[in-house]
Design a protein around this ligand. Structure first.
Ligand code: SF4
Length: 315
């Protein structure tokens, strides 16, 4: 499988670029996810011309448009950082990124809840790092996360599902420029979308049905926006159980009463939080293979990302 491309805060890869000359190596990102990803490292503070080591800095002022200020000498670095960041995001357009992993708690790279200090030196955790904000404004539908959030199993799964879906979407469009490509992509992703958002599932079905009425580029753009919006919404055990019951509906007539009972029990155990999603999905996959069901066999929901990432193993 060809690797996908992600932007990443350089210190998370172990590069010694932090203000104190250190790094924040994250082994999951380098050793596990790194097997499937080519990273494009970005260190805003070093790339905008600041030295290593350097004075630490923080955000201050209004949390919606804070200033980046050094902690002791009070140098205002905002304009320098903004000028560099606007150029850098334009360069990153050429990289075909499927997402970005930011360093948490950084006044330059943090994507949320960054401390912003008032004149009275009271911090409120409502800021966004200067580069992170410019990046997210420039690429509003790209999946983004930070390394701390990625240690939470549901958020990790959600992010990885989105970046793999975006990679497949781009690959599909690269193969052929036609509405049929989107119809084929949509058919394969239907159950994955349903597991995130029944509302988007319906809206995307309607969009695909009226594809001929829209100019091609407009159709692609509307579909991609809805796809990324849908997958950003969290799956729940209820939504997943509904999808699993839907899958079972395709072959339940061919199951023995014991097999039916077992699958229903496993789905119910999952719904109640006693077992992880991988258990009912593995059993459903077994029947899909056994009955060689053509529609279900191609469903990305049953195999959304590399098995080795063990993403559906939490209850
Ligand atoms: S948090 Fe961002 S600015 Fe700070 S060292 Fe890491 S990559 Fe550089």
């Amino acid at each position: 499988m060809e690797k996908l491309k992600l932007g990443i805060s350089a210190c998370l890869l172990g590069e010694n670029v932090r203000y104190d000359g250190g790094h924040k190596l994250d082994r999951f990102l380098t050793d596990t996810l790194g097997q499937y990803v080519d990273y494009v490292p970005v260190c805003p503070e070093v790339e905008c011309g600041l030295p290593i080591p350097r004075e630490s800095m923080h955000l201050e002022g209004n949390s919606d448009s804070p200033h980046l200020v050094t902690s002791h000498t009070k140098q205002d670095l905002t304009n320098r950082m903004v000028r560099w960041a606007l150029k850098r995001v334009a360069e990153l357009e050429r990289e075909d990124l499927c997402g970005f992993i930011f360093k948490s708690n950084s006044p330059s790279s943090g994507m949320e809840r960054i401390k912003v200090y008032s004149e009275e030196r009271i911090p409120i955790k409502k800021g966004v790092g200067i580069f992170a904000r410019i990046f997210m404004d420039h690429f509003p539908s790209l999946p983004v996360e930070d390394e701390v959030r990625l240690h939470k199993p549901e958020l990790r799964e959600n992010f990885i599902e989105r970046i793999f879906a975006l990679k497949k979407w781009r690959e599909a469009l690269a193969k052929k420029d036609s509405r049929g490509v989107v119809v084929d992509f949509h058919t394969k992703h239907k159950l994955l979308i349903l597991s995130h958002s029944p509302r988007h599932y319906r809206a995307m079905g309607k969009l695909v049905a009226k594809a001929k009425d829209l100019p091609l580029k407009e159709f692609y753009s509307q579909y991609q926006i809805l796809l990324m919006e849908a997958l950003r919404l969290k799956t729940t055990s209820k939504k997943n159980s509904n999808v699993l019951m839907y899958i079972m509906g395709y072959f339940k007539e061919r199951l023995s009463s014991d097999e039916k009972k077992e699958l229903l029990e496993v789905i119910d155990f999952y719904r109640k939080g006693h077992i992880p999603l991988i258990v009912p999905v593995t059993l459903a996959n077994h029947y899909v293979r056994k009955f060689d069901h053509p529609y279900l066999k191609q469903q990305v929901y049953l195999n959304p990302h590399p098995f080795e990432l063990q993403l559906r193993n939490h209850a």
